[in-house]
Write a protein that binds this ligand. Structure first.
Ligand SMILES: C[S@@+](CC[C@H](N)C(=O)[O-])C[C@H]1O[C@@H](n2cnc3c(N)ncnc32)[C@H](O)[C@@H]1O
Length: 266
């Protein structure tokens, strides 16, 4: 039997399993996670140091995703939510399965203004987040914690702002962003690091303090970092041991926030 590599942060509230999520997911307690956020390889051929980002056909990719999604669903609490990020083309292959197994909630468009230049077609500037719940009537949705400012307030307006709707414009983590994880030689450490702001919004909306969040594709640890800031617990799984260690250091350097976040931080 393979040895399970488990890392734990100083507070003992954040665990990282190093290895394939298909193996590690079986060791997580059923019905324990309020939120599962999955940002898997997108089937785009990106280099994560493990050659796990290209499948022969979109259907092969879908079949692999269904294997880990099936295991994830078992881990969700009865009022839990799952969000799955991906390239819109390949994400669409997952929709029929998710519609069958869970309660459709939203397809969130994560929109940004910079990216790869294209000459032969329109440039892609969005990724999809498929948002599903386990239960139609029982779920966490803290809309007041994620409201965004209104341009103009009147007597009828909610003073806390408006619903952020399903198109989220959030800047990507650029090469010179403060939160960008770098290697000792200054090079970008990871090809797909997600913004903390994105993760904070997701976590604030779908969980409460003390809840457990699972990320089966942890990468640089963004989900666990946002979870720690916001007083939640987390389990992450990461195939590449270098990213797993980097995530652990990043979590350990993160402080629990003692005040609410400004609008532009979530
Ligand atoms: C899109 S990235 C996640 C980025 C992450 N959200 C962040 O903010 O840094 C996908 C990650 O999944 C990891 N990965 C790929 N296959 C995996 C598997 N079978 N089990 C666990 N992790 C895997 C890759 O090494 C990569 O770091």
């Amino acid at each position: 039997m393979k040895k399970r590599i488990k890392l734990e942060d100083d507070s003992k509230n954040h665990i990282i399993y190093v290895g394939d999520c298909l193996e590690h997911l079986d060791n997580i307690k059923d019905n324990s996670c309020k939120l599962i956020f999955a940002d898997p390889p997108y089937n785009m051929g990106k280099d994560f140091g493990n050659n796990h980002d290209k499948w022969k056909t979109p259907l092969n990719y879908r079949n692999w995703c269904i294997m880990w999604i099936k295991k994830c669903i078992k881990k969700l609490t009865s009022d839990g939510s799952i969000m799955i990020m991906g390239h819109p083309r390949f994400s669409s292959y997952l929709v029929p399965y998710l519609d069958k197994e869970l309660v459709y909630t939203n397809q969130i468009v994560y929109y940004y203004t910079d990216g790869m230049p294209e000459k032969k077609n329109f440039e892609r500037r969005y990724e999809l987040i498929l948002y599903y719940r386990k239960n139609k009537d029982k779920y966490v949705f803290n809309i007041d914690d994620v409201r965004v400012p209104l341009i103009r307030y009147d007597k009828m307006s909610n003073k806390r702002g408006k619903n952020p709707n399903d198109v989220w414009q959030i800047n990507r983590v650029r090469w010179n962003s403060k939160e960008r994880m770098s290697l000792p030689n200054g090079k970008i450490a990871h090809a797909a690091q997600k913004p903390l702001r994105l993760m904070r919004r997701i976590i604030l909306a779908t969980t409460n303090k003390g809840d457990l969040i699972l990320d089966p594709f942890l990468g640089t640890g963004t989900t666990s970092v946002a979870a720690k800031e916001l007083g939640r617990k987390s389990i992450g799984i990461e195939l590449n041991p270098k990213y797993a260690k980097m995530s652990l250091n990043r979590i350990n350097k993160t402080k629990v926030l003692d005040k609410g976040l400004e609008y532009e931080e979530r």
